[in-house]
Design a protein around this ligand. Structure first.
Ligand code: CDP
Length: 235
């Protein structure tokens, strides 16, 4: 069923794309809450499929197995009272923490480069974002998923800074990462994401480029809030 006129008038998408570890999910979540918008973490969806493929010991070179894994994955986001972001459910199980495991991070780009996996996720993302006001973060949101998004932002930072942020995040979760390994993992992931044939990571046309290397989270959220507020005020 198509959207009604009033649903369309109320629909607003802020698309945030950028390379691994640029802080997209942190700032997208905060910007959404300040704007009163919902938040959609598309990376979580690719992570959920990767988690399931790992659990099922699928070979990442088996394209049809990955495609049917994606097609048969029930991915849902569930709002909970005490959490800043929705919980991620895969086939009715909460996988919010499991999909952040370094093993998933190491393999997700390979799974996400599979066109049939992407087509499945893109449809689901469009369905979720078709009603209401959303901040959506990922790699291809402003270029492929929501090319008509009212606001598009390309968020980046130096690779050293991105690896340092990921290092701090993993330490806070009890892991013992090695900074040099994170730098090469992130560089590898950026390479796969930017060079894949389907929906590669690139800056969307008419997007704002935000280099966050020397900005605090609050400063980035302020900038995004300002950009969206100005845009919302325009006819
Ligand atoms: O949080 P982090 O920057 O590590 O990445 P993420 O947003 O959780 O995304 C994990 C991976 O999913 C990316 O490295 C991409 O390979 C893939 N992804 C994608 O291909 N397209 C999206 N819209 C979102 C994520």
């Amino acid at each position: 069923m198509g959207n009604t006129g009033s649903e369309r008038a109320n629909q607003f998408v802020v698309a945030i794309d950028g390379p691994a570890g640029a802080g997209k999910s942190t700032v997208a979540k905060l910007a959404a809450s300040r704007l009163g918008f919902s938040y959609l973490d598309t990376g979580a969806m690719y992570r959920a499929v990767t988690y399931k493929a790992l659990q099922q010991h699928l070979s990442f070179s088996d394209k049809s197995a990955l495609a049917s894994c994606a097609a048969n994955s029930k991915i849902e986001f569930e709002d909970t009272v005490n959490c800043s972001a929705p919980r991620v459910k895969l086939d009715s199980h909460d996988v919010t923490d499991a999909i952040r495991d370094p093993e998933v991070s190491r393999n997700v780009s390979e799974v996400a480069s599979e066109p049939e996996v992407r087509s499945c996720m893109t449809s689901l993302q469009r369905e979720i974002g078709s009603r209401g006001r959303w901040v959506v973060d990922g790699r291809d949101i402003g270029t492929v998923v929501f090319p008509e998004a009212q606001v598009k932002i390309f968020l980046t930072a130096s690779i050293e800074e991105r690896a340092k942020r990921r290092f701090d995040e993993l330490v806070s979760k009890g892991y013992s990462p090695v900074l040099e390994e994170l730098i090469s993992e992130i560089a590898k992931r950026d390479g796969i994401d930017s060079n894949r044939k389907t929906a590669p990571l690139k800056q969307a046309e008419n997007s704002y480029y935000l280099d966050t290397t020397s900005l605090t989270i609050d400063q980035v959220v302020d900038k995004i809030y300002g950009i969206v507020t100005v845009k919302k005020g325009q006819p």
